[in-house]
Design a protein around this ligand. Structure first.
Ligand SMILES: Nc1nc2c(ncn2[C@@H]2O[C@H](COP(=O)(O)OP(=O)(O)OP(=O)(O)O)[C@@H](O)[C@H]2O)c(=O)[nH]1
Length: 792
């Protein structure tokens, strides 16, 4: 009664299948090359049909005759249109997957398929979901990554709907992420009254001393504002400028290398980037910046602004430099486009192209937008005014900035004004407010907004940077930074993210040491630990932060304690930087206590003198590590029988990416970290992550496991790859390939992983698509498959 014809390169339905006629209830035809399924109507008793990952362009009309169908898989084809009059006949159909196709429109009678409970329409190009209104039993609906600008209100009134996923559409991000309830709240607010707003987050990026702060402040004032060299940006500075109906939120990023690792947190999609380039200097790495931006936010608009024109001494130097940079940028973009095209072509040439439809979509989505370089002299009024006008013209172009205008409920603005009033009234001296207090205050003024609605508004205000509220961090969710500049200045205060840390540590006075019961010897150890192991004791962090807070005039002890933390409780600030992966918590290993009382069941066990375990933890700053010695010592030699998976990144591994990868290791209790390697133990298994970077070559991260129990090792590798994949989602311009290298010494061949994304997707029903017992590489070396692939 069941037939499995999957993965057989079929182009038509075989007669051996069709002959079975009414006897069949379930057929699996996934991973073939079917463009039509003529004859399928013979199988009129079918209850489940899987046609996913084929080459269907048209939805087969004959499916209409399969009136007993309960489950239908049509995902990962190239279907463009579904004709009318199919779904009304499928009276029993409960489950339909038609995600990852090319649908632009749904048949208007889809809502007559009244048994539907599960419907997946993600990854298409749908603009309208009206045909879904009236599906009374629908419980789960997936419409992620389409082109929806609006959702029919009646959809939410369907009482059965319990899951609705709409990420990746032109709807406010936080609303989509929140799911059904939030969508309901949002639309009910929108129904009350709406307005359209133009907000543009503008980020100033570029090398240190390039003139970012000068540009930012001068554009804000409309005239040159000199910035003293001593007044370098630390962390990020934010300000707001209203110009001709457009609200610019300027984010001025610090250019020093120490801060790059915090950038990824604040660089958000749909932004305008002003990339400052010092034309009088020869150290500019424009390519580095553009690459970073492209990898993280491929759809942002980048304007290159060349500064210091007045300091280009030799005549013609400026033009030469400008042309040179522009040429290089053009070449870089061209290379990138070509490499994307090549990747696409490679995929298209593969035998079973349907397997790669998800990847193809990803590649097509990537595009870049870099505008010509504008040379200016930041000390000249007319240049600043000219740039201001130029930006004004640019942003008024809807093609360049399609995302700028959004329709939002009117109450969003009202709540924002209330918060501004609150801050300017000076009612709250602290810039930080307890979440419940803030909510109470706001609800007093806006009684029509319930908790849920207010939360959505606060989330929106957080996204655009008006307030900062990290509701996803348990330790911080009760706290709202109603003045984000304060948070940034905390980062600035954050004694620990700074370029001159060693000298700051050296300047800690005896009195300051005493406040934490520390001695001079401790101070020396902190300096040594930081220099040699990139680790800083929590005690030192507390001293530095307290000092900075006091220096900036904050004397509220309760608040200082909350931010700084105590021996028992981590301060807010540390929680924050750890959450942002700027540093990792480390435990200083306490030596085993030989006096410790042995544990035996049923006998009361008492801890030995707690003093032995009272060594305080610290923070590790991966960016400060300079070698891999410790990791190497622990790992020993590579072994030919190690499990070895290579995850390639195209076009390259982003700057600072490996520091985030390290985080994966730190989730296991025993781990060692080096400059570009990290190692962890999970039970008896050891797994090494190693970054391979060459300027011109392929860049990849190697995951290597010492071969103990194979199945268990693959399980651990799967966890690592899942975390890696989740991390990569933050770099929308990044593309991954996975290989297992041939295990023969000296052989450069490899085995390509195909279905690894499905393998990682725990909800995916498909298994890993390798069935042979042994695999042979192109050079003829044979190995057992389970050493190369996680065969289930
Ligand atoms: N003569 C001249 N000086 C400029 C120009 N642009 C910036 N400067 C000066 O260059 C120095 C560095 O400028 P900043 O704006 O602080 O540079 P930044 O990129 O913000 O630097 P970081 O904060 O370290 O990242 C300051 O002293 C500016 O006054 C320019 O076009 N001409």
């Amino acid at each position: 009664k069941e037939e499995d014809f999957s993965g057989q390169k079929l182009r038509t339905l075989p007669s051996s299948l069709l002959d079975k006629g009414k006897d069949l209830v379930k057929v699996d035809l996934q991973r073939n090359r079917l463009r039509q399924v003529n004859g399928i109507a013979h199988l009129w008793n079918l209850v489940e049909l899987n046609l996913s990952r084929n080459e269907l362009v048209e939805f087969p009309l004959e499916i209409k005759d399969l009136g007993n169908l309960v489950k239908l898989y049509m995902n990962q084809n190239s279907i463009k249109i579904i004709p009318e009059e199919i779904f009304p006949s499928l009276k029993k159909l409960q489950f339909l997957k038609i995600n990852t196709n090319r649908l632009t429109k749904l048949p208007s009678d889809l809502n007559r398929c009244q048994s539907l409970v599960y419907l997946n329409l993600s990854n298409n190009s749908l603009k309208d979901l009206q045909p879904l209104v009236g599906l009374r039993r629908l419980k789960e609906l997936y419409v992620e990554n389409n082109q929806l600008v609006e959702l029919p209100r009646a959809l939410f009134r369907a009482s059965a709907l319990a899951v609705l996923k709409v990420n990746g559409n032109a709807l406010p991000e936080e609303v989509c992420a929140g799911g059904l309830k939030d969508l309901q709240s949002f639309y009910s607010m929108l129904d009350d009254s709406s307005c359209s707003v133009c907000t543009l987050k503008t980020m100033f990026l570029g090398a240190t001393m390039a003139g970012k702060s000068t540009l930012c402040r001068s554009l804000r004032e409309g005239e040159p504002v000199p910035v003293a060299e001593a007044d370098r940006t630390v962390g990020i500075e934010i300000c707001e400028v209203d110009q001709d109906g457009v609200r610019f939120l300027y984010w001025d990023f610090a250019g020093q290398e120490e801060y790059y690792i915090t950038h990824h947190v604040f660089i958000t999609p749909q932004a305008f980037v002003i990339l400052a380039v010092d034309l009088s200097s020869f150290r500019e790495k424009v390519g580095f910046w553009i690459n970073n931006i492209q990898l993280k936010v491929p759809n942002s608009v980048v304007l290159l602004v060349g500064t210091h024109v007045d300091q280009c001494e030799v005549e013609g130097e400026m033009m030469k430099k400008k042309n040179d940079i522009q040429e290089k940028v053009q070449q870089m973009l061209l290379d990138r486009r070509e490499s994307l095209q090549q990747q696409r072509k490679n995929l298209e040439e593969l035998e079973d192209v349907s397997l790669f439809s998800e990847q193809m979509r990803e590649i097509q989505r990537l595009e870049e937008y870099v505008l010509d370089l504008i040379p200016i002299d930041c000390t000249k009024s007319e240049d600043i005014v000219w740039l201001q006008n130029h930006i004004k013209d640019l942003v008024s172009d809807k093609e360049t900035f399609p995302f700028m205008e959004q329709t939002l409920p009117q109450c969003y603005q009202q709540v924002e004004s209330t918060i501004h009033e609150l801050v300017s009234d000076g009612d709250v001296p602290r810039h930080i407010m307890n979440h419940d207090d803030l909510l109470e205050y706001l609800q007093n003024k806006h009684s029509e907004l319930d908790h849920e609605k207010m939360r959505l508004i606060l989330q929106y205000l957080h996204r655009i940077g008006i307030i900062m509220w990290y509701m996803e961090i348990p330790d911080l969710k009760d706290m709202v930074f109603i003045k984000p500049s304060f948070l940034i200045s905390l980062f600035k205060l954050q004694a620990i993210v700074r370029h001159d840390l060693v000298s700051v540590l050296g300047s800690i006075s005896s009195r300051e040491l005493k406040s934490e019961n520390a001695l001079q010897v401790h101070r020396s150890r902190w300096i040594n630990d930081f220099k040699s192991r990139a680790t800083l004791s929590n005690v030192a962090i507390r001293i530095l932060v307290r000092k900075e807070l006091q220096q900036s005039g904050i004397d509220d002890q309760e608040m200082i304690e909350e931010i700084v933390g105590t021996k028992k409780k981590t301060g807010n600030l540390l929680t924050l930087v750890q959450h942002f992966d700027v540093c990792l918590p480390t435990k200083q290993n306490a030596p085993l206590n030989p006096e410790a009382q042995e544990f035996s069941p049923n006998r009361k066990w008492e801890a030995s003198s707690p003093v032995v375990y009272d060594l305080e933890g610290g923070c590790l700053f991966p960016s400060g590590l300079t070698n891999n010695n410790q990791v190497q010592d622990q790992w020993g030699q590579d072994n030919l029988e190690d499990i070895n998976v290579q995850v390639y990144f195209s076009p390259e591994i982003p700057h600072g990416f490996f520091h985030l990868v390290i985080r994966i290791c730190s989730l296991y209790s025993t781990y060692w970290i080096g400059q570009n390697q990290c190692l962890f133990s999970c039970g008896s298994k050891r797994v090494l992550l190693r970054e391979h970077l060459t300027e011109d070559g392929d860049q990849f991260i190697e995951i290597r496991g010492k071969n103990s129990d194979l199945q268990k090792m693959w399980d651990v590798i799967k966890v690592v790859m899942m975390r890696l994949a989740r991390l990569v989602q933050q770099w929308r311009g990044l593309y991954q390939f996975v290989h297992s290298p041939c295990k023969q010494r000296g052989c450069s061949e490899y085995f390509e992983w195909r279905d690894w994304q499905d393998w990682l997707d725990q909800s995916g029903s498909e298994k890993f698509n390798v069935s042979e017992e042994k695999m042979t590489c192109r050079n003829g070396h044979t190995r057992r498959t389970e050493l190369l692939f996680p065969v289930s």
